[in-house]
Design a binder for this molecule. Structure first.
Ligand SMILES: C[S@@+](CC[C@H](N)C(=O)[O-])C[C@H]1O[C@@H](n2cnc3c(N)ncnc32)[C@H](O)[C@@H]1O
Length: 232
């Protein structure tokens, strides 16, 4: 199941996240703060979207493989960056079966895990394709934030949420999964990954000028959860 925001509205999504508050001035700086030195590293971007991270990772000297479930997003990545690298369509609920064991130094997965009902198969594949000292850095909706949208009111369930977001400047239907923090942690440990560092993110200083309301909100309450993991 792909949300229309990532398929038929992919180009609008690409334009919207270039310089917006939540992606450009909160999520990306918070996730990048957890990344290791990138020069000469082999990196896979899982759920690459229109390629904001691909461009950044390449600019820092990494060799990047980009994967997304949306053919429209992969087309945008090629349009943005040309074709000198490997980018392909894959449903990440099934992991990355075409990637070789122990072939990457780093896997990143910004804001994609909450679209999977069960992220364990992906996490198992992340462990398989990472080199022994490899790192997995990802962000996802904060479980405490998503709990307010729980249809059942039972925090301990994993549930599908149907909502409308204004990311594109018009209400757009989205579906994703919320889960308790313990379920996310169990999926990681079941896959053989351990958490080295956790962050709840912080908005950059520019947002204070450009969007003071979101700056106040994200400075006083969490939005996303950021985890840096390693193979156990
Ligand atoms: C919120 S966007 C994030 C894009 C990019 N990581 C970023 O932060 O700019 C989520 C991306 O996950 C992709 N996605 C959602 N479900 C997926 C799935 N099951 N398999 C592969 N990609 C998926 C969408 O197509 C979309 O590009």
């Amino acid at each position: 199941m792909l949300n229309p925001m990532y398929s038929q509205y992919a180009a609008e999504y690409a334009a919207a996240i270039q310089d917006n508050s939540y992606n450009a001035h909160y999520e990306r700086p918070s996730l990048c703060a957890l990344l290791p030195e990138l020069q000469g590293k082999r990196v896979i971007d899982l759920g690459c979207g229109p390629g904001e991270y691909v461009a950044y990772l390449m600019s820092q000297g990494a060799t990047v493989t980009a994967v997304d479930g949306s053919a429209d997003m992969i087309a945008l990545v090629h349009q943005k960056l040309g074709n000198p690298f490997n980018a392909y369509v894959q449903d990440l609920a099934q992991g990355v079966p075409d990637e070789a064991d122990q072939s990457f130094d780093l896997a990143v997965c910004p804001l994609m895990v909450h679209y999977l009902e069960d992220p364990t198969p992906l996490f198992r594949d992340v462990k398989r394709i990472l080199k022994p000292e490899g790192l997995f850095v990802f962000s996802t909706h904060h479980p405490f934030v998503d709990y307010q949208f729980s249809p059942s009111g039972n925090y301990f369930l994993t549930e599908k949420i149907v909502d409308e977001w204004d990311t594109l400047g018009k209400p757009t239907r989205v579906e994703y999964f919320r889960r308790p923090l313990s379920a996310l942690m169990r999926s990681l440990t079941d896959a053989g990954l351990c958490v080295l560092e956790m962050s709840e993110g912080r908005p950059d200083e520019q947002m204070q000028e450009t969007d003071p309301q979101s700056y106040r909100k994200l400075s006083t309450a969490p939005g996303f959860l950021f985890l840096k993991c390693q193979v156990m």
